[in-house]
Design a protein around this ligand. Structure first.
Ligand code: FAD
Length: 430
């Protein structure tokens, strides 16, 4: 994994130019340091800089190098847990507050795009979640009921409607979340970086943080060619978390997600394939997600093997998924194959950990971070300016390394194979 290079993704081939982010050199002081320039770190840096904080953002690669510049770009409100599950877990007051926060995360993304004029082909088209088997429609019926009760624009759709909107006959129905949409994720990352620099943030690429040492009432944050001393530090490294802080990497399970992109579809296919203009994900245990880009390329993603590779033979499952969804496309020529890592947590929630005084971590988006990570970055900017923990919408949790972490990857591979079988059995009416 060469952090100097971006993967050969559709997004890297079509993104707007990056901001200047030279490596950190020499020693300096700042009010705050953020480690990791994905949506979490970029949003935190932008909001801190806008509030007048002297902020330095350090990134091992370049802004958007991690998951943020590789995602499907689907802007999805909500968490993996439904609003009523949040209320059952945290009680009415905190649970409702978290549900409202989660329901509003897409608003923040589209507001930032507008406010900073970010050129990233953002469209607030709505987002579809498909259901592969009629016996599982109850999942989305509950979801729609819970969001509707809270005032969100959510609609159930039947098999005919979803087929019209998507051009695939594979779904028994689903729902539309009108709050969602899509964007070009590397352009959004770069747009956030430009906005943060304009607001006064110092962003340094190719500056891997290699040391984090207590100093006075703050921290000395070291890279190979420099150091920053600051009172507040945020680790925003998600699935790419390394050994910088003991146990943090073991508190999440990194898994791989792969995507492929076709050539732009011809006009005939464009009339049916995703004619509704919305991105789609499904509720299968090993899910597929897909969308068109602004030139009409079909981009399909799903679970990948346990490594980062662009060798096409490792993308068999995703290509099979594409053929399963759209047999009418016949054998398709693919232009781009790329993957990245998402961070799973055992409770399926993002984790805000207070690791030590002045040292915070915000990781674990469970594959749903375009909007959530952007919003959590803003929330962490508030925390780093002194907002009390109890005022934040996401409750902080103690950082807990997962027991037998080293065995989770092989166990996960077996679990995924089993889940795939269950999905197929259900899709066949089992
Ligand atoms: C293939 C794929 C498809 C996805 N599709 C979607 C989608 O359609 N919709 C959605 O909502 N979510 C999606 N996700 C999830 C989403 O992309 C992530 O949740 C989100 O981007 C996480 O952002 P982040 O800023 O927390 O982390 P990242 O973007 O991963 O950024 C972390 C950064 O930290 C840096 N870093 C790590 N260690 C150090 C260090 N020691 N020093 C300096 N820098 C360091 C890394 O280089 C990296 O750039 C997808 C993820 C993948 C991989």
């Amino acid at each position: 994994m060469d952090k100097r290079l971006l993967p050969n993704s559709l997004w890297a081939a079509t993104a707007v130019p990056p901001a200047e982010t030279p490596p950190l050199t020499g020693e300096r002081r700042a009010d705050a340091v953020v480690v990791g320039a994905g949506f979490t770190g970029l949003s935190a840096a932008l909001h801190l800089a806008e509030a007048g904080t002297d902020i330095v953002l350090l990134e091992a690669g370049e802004p958007g190098w991690g998951a943020s510049g590789r995602t499907g770009g689907q802007v999805i409100p909500g968490l993996k847990l439904d609003p009523d599950e949040l209320v059952a877990k945290y009680g009415v007051e905190k649970g409702e507050r978290l549900a409202m926060f989660a329901g509003g995360v897409a608003d923040l993304v589209f507001d930032l795009v507008d406010r900073h004029g970010i050129d990233c082909h953002a469209t607030r088209s709505g987002w579809i979640q498909g259901v592969h088997a009629s016996r599982r429609m109850d999942v989305v019926e509950r979801r729609v009921e819970q969001w509707t009760r809270r005032g969100a624009a959510a609609e159930l759709i039947d098999a005919r409607q979803i087929a019209e909107l998507t051009g695939t006959a594979r779904y028994a129905g689903g729902w539309i979340d009108r709050r969602g949409g899509m964007l070009q994720p590397l352009s959004f990352s770069r747009g956030l970086a430009h906005a943060a620099v304009r607001a006064g943030a110092a962003i340094h690429g190719r500056s891997p943080v290699t040391g984090l040492i207590p100093k006075g009432k703050g921290w000395r944050v070291e890279t190979p060619s420099g150091a920053v001393v600051a009172d507040q530090v945020l680790l925003a490294t998600n699935a790419y978390t390394d050994a910088l802080w003991p146990g943090l990497r073991q508190s999440i399970i990194p898994v791989f997600s792969y995507q492929v992109a076709t050539k732009p579809l011809g006009d005939n296919l464009r009339r049916t394939v995703l004619a509704g203009g919305m991105p789609v994900a499904d509720i299968r245990r090993v899910l597929l997600y897909f969308r068109l880009d602004h030139t009409g390329r079909l981009v399909v993603g799903g679970r990948g093997r346990a490594r980062e590779t662009e060798e096409s033979e490792f993308y068999r499952n995703v290509v099979e998924g594409l053929n399963w969804l759209y047999p009418q496309l016949g054998p398709v020529e693919l232009d781009h194959y790329w993957g990245g890592q998402v961070a799973l947590t055992l409770d399926h929630l993002p984790h805000l950990n207070e690791l030590a005084p002045g040292l915070h971590a915000m990781i674990g988006y469970n594959g749903r971070g375009v909007a959530m990570a952007t919003a959590c970055g803003k929330m962490m900017a508030e925390r780093m300016q002194g907002a009390p923990l109890e005022d934040l919408p996401l409750p902080a949790t103690p950082m807990k390394p997962i027991p037998f972490h080293g065995f989770r990857q092989p166990a996960l591979a077996v679990a995924i194979a089993w889940k795939r079988l269950l999905d197929r059995w259900e899709a066949r009416g089992g």
